[in-house]
Design a protein around this ligand. Structure first.
Ligand code: FAD
Length: 415
């Protein structure tokens, strides 16, 4: 269930097994989420980071792909209830991922969309580009400043990458495209409640990331919890920041599907799985990827793509073990490192014992992301697009599409 990193790895891991695989996803594409911020900031187009699941599994003869939304799992009947039907199973591998959490303030979502799907990315792109258009037409200086203020909430890798890209758009990409406004005066603010950005990285890399962001013109506020979000801006501690574009990159919450298993969940709603990745008391039901909560050596296995890929392969191998009547093997996560990019040629990376920052980290980020992208055409097009963007500062996907999820940003018909 789910054709993300985990579900796809599981389906592929069963390619040679004597089983019939059914992969169900509510979208028809596998999405490379690590590059989603590039779509949100007009660097890449949707088709360059997504690939039809049906196409990926075309050659795997024991696999079929169904487009459908799972709404509940019936463990006793061994069926997954879909919004418009149901699917039976002998073994279930649940890989439905996670979405954003607004820490109980769901009403903030309208004003501060999170980044999880292609639709989210297109909506953020639309809002950011509309903000510059609206500022160009605005008469009042204060209202113009409000349109030209961009707030990113959350200083993890996604927040850092988004803030860096917004700054680059304002300082370089759009710098000469307007007549009345100077996009370089746009204010990009990254707000983090904790004491530093990139809390999962070593402290020195968090500090370097902050300096690199500041060099790009991003204002970084740490120890700054967001207390309010509305159509006119955000409250940060006792401060009020007037801003028309706010992006949420703060919390994560597991798919609500997890609840229907009736299994123990952690605070983010993830299923506390056994070491073999099974649901307690349900040896035929595996939960993997962002939906699974598992501690290893006293620390949680992180919600990252490599962990989901490894869990997917492991769950598939355990299904094969179960079919052979062998005991299930415990999962062990192999940490291959983490990378985040900041703007067009800097970043931070932890690769084993190696800690990189600046251009080297950015090159490592670029190489790894292109390598793991699915589809030769996508790799080729992304590399070309980045090379072009590097040379010209241009962002080729600067299209305003759709009418938005709410109309609060329309000034005199814009948006
Ligand atoms: C913006 C962003 C940037 C990221 N950057 C990085 C990074 O740089 N490096 C890194 O390692 N990780 C990164 N991650 C995290 C990484 O993408 C996740 O850890 C990984 O995608 C988890 O894989 P998964 O298979 O568990 O879930 P997902 O990849 O989210 O896949 C879940 C799938 O299930 C489907 N689905 C969900 N609910 C249902 C339902 N009810 N019915 C049917 N289908 C359903 C979805 O459509 C989706 O295809 C990033 C995540 C985001 C959002």
């Amino acid at each position: 269930m789910g054709g993300g990193f985990g579900g796809l790895a599981a389906a592929r891991g069963l390619a040679r097994a004597p089983v019939d695989v059914t992969l169900v996803d509510r979208t028809n594409h596998h999405l490379f989420q690590p590059l989603l911020y590039q779509v949100a900031t007009a660097g890449l187009s949707p088709a360059e980071i997504a690939y039809p699941i049906r196409r990926i599994l075309r050659r795997q003869r024991n696999a079929r792909v169904l487009l459908g939304e799972a709404v509940a799992i019936d463990l006793s009947a061994r069926r997954v209830r879909l919004a418009d039907g149901e699917v039976g199973y002998d073994h279930l591998i649940l890989a439905a991922g996670a979405s954003h959490s607004y820490f109980g303030k769901d009403e903030w979502e309208t004003h501060a969309p999170g980044l999880k799907t292609l639709e989210d990315a297109l909506e953020i792109r639309r809002r950011a580009l509309v903000a510059f258009e609206a500022a160009e037409r605005e008469e009042g200086a204060e209202a113009r400043r409000q349109w030209l203020t961009f707030v990113v909430v959350g200083g993890g890798p996604t927040g850092v990458e988004m803030a860096g890209a917004f700054a680059e758009i304002a300082r370089h990409t759009l710098a000469r495209d307007f007549r009345r406004i100077d996009p370089r005066t746009a204010r990009v603010l990254l707000v983090e409640a904790g004491p530093r950005v990139l809390p999962a990285y070593p402290a020195e890399l968090g500090e370097k990331a902050k300096l690199q962001l500041e060099a790009l013109g991003v204002q970084v506020w740490t120890g700054a919890p967001v207390t309010a979000v509305d159509g006119a801006g955000v409250g940060v501690g006792d401060h009020r920041v007037a801003a028309r574009t706010v992006v949420w990159a703060a919390g994560v919450q597991a798919s609500p599907l997890a609840r229907s298993l009736g299994a123990p969940l952690d605070r983010a709603g993830r299923v506390r799985v056994e070491p073999a990745l099974t649901v307690p008391g349900q040896p035929g039901v595996f939960v993997i990827g962002d939906l699974a909560s598992l501690d290893q050596d006293g620390r949680p296995v992180p919600g990252v793509a490599p962990a989901a890929l490894q869990m997917g392969a492991h769950a598939a191998a355990n299904v094969v073990r179960a079919l052979r009547g062998e005991p299930l093997a415990p999962f062990r996560y192999r940490d291959k490192g983490s990378l985040a990019t900041i703007g067009r040629r800097s970043g931070v990376a932890v690769l084993g014992r190696l800690r990189l920052s600046g251009l080297l980290a950015w090159l490592a980020w670029l190489g790894i992301h292109v390598f793991f992208l699915i589809g030769f055409r996508n790799r080729f097009v992304v590399l070309f697009t980045w090379a072009w963007a590097y040379l010209t500062y241009d962002r080729s996907a600067r299209l305003i599409l759709g009418h938005g999820r709410q109309r609060q940003d329309s000034i005199r018909g814009i948006g």
